[in-house]
Ligand binder design. Structure first.
Ligand SMILES: Cc1cc2nc3c(=O)[nH]c(=O)nc-3n(C[C@H](O)[C@H](O)[C@H](O)COP(=O)(O)OP(=O)(O)OC[C@H]3O[C@@H](n4cnc5c(N)ncnc54)[C@H](O)[C@@H]3O)c2cc1C
Length: 231
């Protein structure tokens, strides 16, 4: 019997990047031809974020490797101003890795579409949800592997796998577009624009932001300072 793995995390690794705060400043200064000091550069980044002078933020490029269940990946892929390369279920046999909600994942949905609030849910519900995820994953994986062993093409056999199946992809995105992603996928306390993201994609967004902060710390500080709206 295959050793099925269950996990609940969204893994986000920064594999490469180009530029940082100084590249944004350099790109912006071409328009005025002025020279800067560290203090003036900080002021410039503040102004660019505040007044939504967005294009200089495109000078920073981030490339991530993400591991996430399919239901998270499909939301991530909606961010068109970026590039994706995903593991193929046609060319490779997929890994037996499936998402299962952790105990702290809110389970009860209250309110109306676009403005839901979530509550934790009772213990019995947690047990039921976890068992259902695990049962379906095991059943689907058995069918998947038995079809492949029986000579069925991988691209057909994979059809039975659930949305909880993990996939992995490379995501290449400039900082301006990453800020747009962060503004939509993290209901941050400093955000001036309301958003109601999926719990799991928000876990991924938090990790994206952690990496972006290391690459362009002042730009990310100004993004937060000015309401977490993409410039
Ligand atoms: C909480 C939440 C709920 C959602 N619910 C749904 C849902 O129920 N159904 C659903 O289908 N989607 C849903 N979405 C996806 C959403 O509609 C966007 O597709 C997704 O958030 C990507 O945002 P974006 O278009 O700003 O990003 P990108 O595609 O990266 O685009 C970045 C920016 O470029 C500009 N842009 C890109 N393409 C165009 C274009 N064709 N025309 C004009 N301007 C463009 C826009 O300014 C855009 O903000 C939801 C998103 C969130 C955050």
């Amino acid at each position: 019997m295959t050793d099925i793995r269950f996990r609940s995390d969204i893994a986000v690794e920064l594999v490469d990047h180009m530029g940082g705060d100084s590249s944004i400043v350099r790109a912006a200064r071409v328009s005025s031809g002025t020279a800067g000091t560290p203090e003036k550069d900080r002021g410039l980044l503040n102004m660019l974020a505040r007044d939504r002078h967005g294009s200089p933020f495109e000078s920073v490029i981030l490339q991530f490797r993400v591991e996430a269940p399919l239901f998270v990946a499909r939301e991530w892929f909606r961010h068109r101003v970026s590039s994706f390369n995903e593991t193929s279920g046609r060319y490779t046999v997929l890994e037996p890795e499936f998402y299962v909600p952790q105990g702290d994942r809110p389970l009860r949905q209250i309110g109306k579409p676009g403005a839901y609030r979530f509550q934790e849910g009772p213990y019995e519900q947690k047990v039921r949800v976890k068992a259902a995820h695990e049962r379906v994953a095991r059943w689907a994986w058995d069918e998947y592997t038995s079809m492949i062993e029986g000579g069925v093409a991988r691209e057909v056999a994979r059809d039975v796998l659930p949305l909880t199946t993990y996939t992995s992809f490379f995501w290449t995105v400039n900082l301006r577009s990453a800020m747009n992603f962060l503004s939509l996928r993290w209901a941050h306390e400093k955000s001036t624009v309301p958003t109601f993201p999926l719990h799991e994609i928000q876990q991924g967004a938090m990790k994206v932001e952690e990496h972006a902060q290391k690459v362009a710390p002042i730009a990310m500080e100004m993004f937060s300072k000015h309401g977490r709206v993409a410039p």
